[in-house]
Design a binder for this molecule. Structure first.
Ligand SMILES: [Mg+2]
Length: 237
């Protein structure tokens, strides 16, 4: 690949083997977790409402929350090799996360990966007066109510700067950012979503699949995303 490549990488379930925000919400949220998660899975609410609802179920005790995270955080195989590869090639790596976010730097640091990351776009977790969490979303879209962190805006900004954007993700919410990128690496729900909508993508299991030599990744050939218009009102589907 000779063009200037930048990587936009989801965190939960992509860099980590499991989704730590969902794990925390399930662990602390009991039956309310099922209710909110159900609405989200049926696409009756978006990620911003998910964050609002779930954060109110979590205690604002960061030591306790980090204990859960440390016990459950597993990095997907090949991630550090991928980071070294990207650095050798001069390709920036950006993390774009729409989870609780507070654990991202500590987890990356713990696994010796933080120094390789160029930018992290994530939400902020703060204590509420009632002792639960609240989530601030500094990277939300100005008009769209759906996501906490508008990943398509990060992708489009990189493209404006002349980068070819490789998007690596796993979740249905990644469809927004991925569909605006030049090359999609998709697994799990994101892969099913791309398939459903006829969007070309590259399946992956671990980060070795992304840096395997001699590969010619399939380009995202669609003219415009069926999911959102980040330069308009945002959400479509
Ligand atoms: Mg994910």
């Amino acid at each position: 690949m000779t063009a200037k490549v930048a990587y936009v990488v989801d965190f939960d379930g992509t860099i980590t083997a499991t989704d730590l925000s969902t794990g925390l919400a399930q662990h602390f949220g009991s039956e309310r977790f099922q209710e909110i998660e159900g609405l989200y899975r049926q696409r009756k609410i978006g990620m911003r409402d998910w964050l609002d609802g779930m954060s109110a179920l979590l205690p604002a005790d960061f030591d306790l929350l980090m204990k859960y995270v440390v016990d459950h955080a597993v990095i997907r195989p090949g991630f550090k090799d991928f980071l070294r590869f990207a650095r050798e090639q001069g390709c920036p790596v950006m993390i774009a996360s729409d989870g609780f976010g507070f654990y991202i730097e500590p987890v990356l640091e713990r696994f010796g990966c933080l120094e390789y990351i160029d930018t992290i776009y994530r939400n902020k977790a703060l204590p509420r007066e009632d002792g639960t969490l609240r989530i601030e979303t500094p990277y939300r879209h100005p008009a769209c109510p759906v996501c906490g962190n508008c990943k398509p805006l990060h992708v489009l900004e990189l493209k404006r700067q002349g980068w070819k954007v490789f998007y690596i993700g796993d979740g249905s919410n990644d469809r927004f950012g991925a569909s605006w990128s030049d090359y999609i690496f998709a697994r799990d729900r994101l892969a099913r979503c791309c398939k459903e909508h006829g969007i070309p993508f590259n399946p992956w299991e671990d980060f070795f699949d992304i840096i395997r030599p001699g590969g010619h990744p399939a380009a995202n050939a669609i003219a415009a995303s069926p999911f959102c218009r980040p330069e308009g009102e945002g959400f479509l589907y």
